[in-house]
Write a protein that binds this ligand. Structure first.
Ligand code: GLN
Length: 456
């Protein structure tokens, strides 16, 4: 009830939600009744969760921020949603996002932007700005997001929240409307490191329905976070500062200042700070913006006016192709069209090797950079985003400026390694939240929870 009241009070301004689950209270009461009857329930039973609208939910619309899917109600739950419900967690509603998760500001949502609760003139990050804003505005205790190039970590950073992109394959993608399948990961957003760990424990682990899901057991992330909280010492931990994404051009002065102070905090806690070089990170954004559109153009081909959602028939009727074209013209926004055009171009005969092939080679080089860096350090560190939340409209007409904002987060997706973003104070020049990011080798997500919780 407290969260529903909060949504009623502030969401008119923040617009974090696209849909609120009107059965949430009844579902919570049912949990209460079970508990009153002495039934033993999982730890988080009854706690509400906000769900990014890219995740399929039975009985609730799932639009991925697109007109193309307006009003579409999936016939099944995403695996993460199914697991969350099985643990007694309550779906509070669906959160706003850039259309099909393309963007860094949530301004590309077909249903209007979300605003940053810290300052309503500022963006909440993207693509999962709704999930992060809901958490930051106390409209949800935690939320699920998806991170293809930073869409969990960057919104967390600019709203003063915690966000985790798990190891690729660590959390099921089944039922997550695909953007770029080799990069997408579902993960938690919360106000504390432990809360993210708790949610990750519930939704993570092998899923036979996702062909890229990792097999084998995972440690308890909550335990890892609790260990970090208890101990607080980082003695013996080697923290690698990645030169290429630590500071320099495009990094706001206040972000750099807070980042340097954080390094001192880490050293005070006993960590050894080492500088590492990842020379190919410089090309990460360029490679990503070829690989992502290529995969997205293929994934989005299913929105053909027949199988899902919108169908627009030209006046007087039309051929299958004309209906398809009219539907995609009306149903997809400019950013989505831009990326489909980029992607189909990069994949076309004669250009495939030059663009897509080269980008894949750069991706391998970036993976090698990570391997070399992890030989020198247990975790890598950088600012979670190069700037604090920018003003609504500021980068909307400049896609390149918007893309460059992803420099700190994209490398982890290209290599499939886990990353956590957490708050590191406010920037002196604008009083807005600044985030720090840690990355660990694949499958070492637990390390991030321990380090994050120790620093918190
Ligand atoms: N900002 C990035 C993009 O626009 C990240 C998207 C994401 O992680 N879904 O592609």
């Amino acid at each position: 009830q407290a969260h529903l009241d909060r949504i009623a009070a502030v969401d008119g301004d923040v617009h974090a939600y696209l849909h609120v689950n009107d059965a949430a209270l009844a579902e919570a009461s049912a949990i209460d009744a079970k508990r009153a009857a002495g039934e033993r329930l999982p730890e988080l039973a009854g706690v509400p969760v906000a769900i990014k609208d890219v995740l399929c939910t039975i009985g609730m619309p799932s639009t991925a921020g697109s007109r193309m899917l307006e009003g579409w109600v999936p016939p099944y739950d995403a695996t993460v949603v199914e697991r969350m419900k099985a643990a007694g967690l309550i779906a509070l509603g669906k959160t706003n996002m850039d259309e099909f998760a393309m963007g860094s500001s949530t301004e590309h949502s077909a249903f209007g932007p979300t605003r940053n609760p810290w300052n309503l003139e500022r963006i909440p990050g993207g693509s999962g700005g709704g999930s992060a804003a809901a958490v930051a505005a106390f409209e949800a205790p935690f939320a699920l997001g998806s991170d293809t190039g930073g869409s969990i970590r960057q919104p967390a950073a600019v709203t003063g929240s915690v966000g985790v992109k798990p190891t690729y394959g660590g959390v099921s993608r089944y039922g997550a409307i695909a953007l770029a399948s080799s990069l997408d990961q579902v993960g938690p957003v919360s106000r504390t490191v432990l809360d993210s760990a708790l949610l990750h424990d519930v939704v993570g682990g092998h899923d036979p329905k996702d062909s890229t899901s990792l097999t084998g057991a995972w440690p308890s992330f909550a335990e890892a976070a609790r260990a970090g909280r208890r101990d607080g010492s980082l003695k013996g931990l080697r923290v690698g500062v990645v030169k290429q994404i630590a500071d320099g051009e495009g990094f706001q002065a206040g972000v750099t200042q807070r980042f340097r102070e954080s390094l001192e905090l880490l050293a005070d806690a006993g960590a050894e700070i080492v500088e590492v070089s990842a020379p190919n990170f410089e090309y990460a954004v360029a490679a990503y913006y070829l690989i992502l559109p290529a995969e997205a153009s293929s994934n989005l081909a299913k929105f053909d006016s027949v199988r899902f959602g919108l169908r627009v028939t030209p006046e007087g009727g039309g051929t299958v192709e004309q209906v398809m074209a009219a539907t995609r013209e009306a149903g997809l926004g400019d950013e989505v069209k831009r990326r489909i055009i980029l992607g189909t171009y990069a994949l076309s005969a004669g250009y495939y090797d030059a663009y897509y092939g080269s980008a894949q080679k750069v991706r391998t080089l970036i993976q090698q950079d990570f391997s070399a860096a992890f030989a020198q350090a247990d975790v890598l560190v950088s600012p979670a985003a190069p700037t604090t939340a920018f003003k609504l409209g500021e980068k909307l007409d400049d896609p390149l400026a918007m893309y460059l904002n992803d420099i700190t987060t994209i490398p982890a997706n290209l290599a499939g390694v886990p990353g956590i973003g957490l708050p590191m104070g406010l920037a002196p020049e604008d009083g807005l939240p600044v985030g720090i990011q840690f990355m660990a080798p694949a499958r070492e997500d637990a390390r991030l929870y321990t380090v994050g919780a120790a620093l918190e």
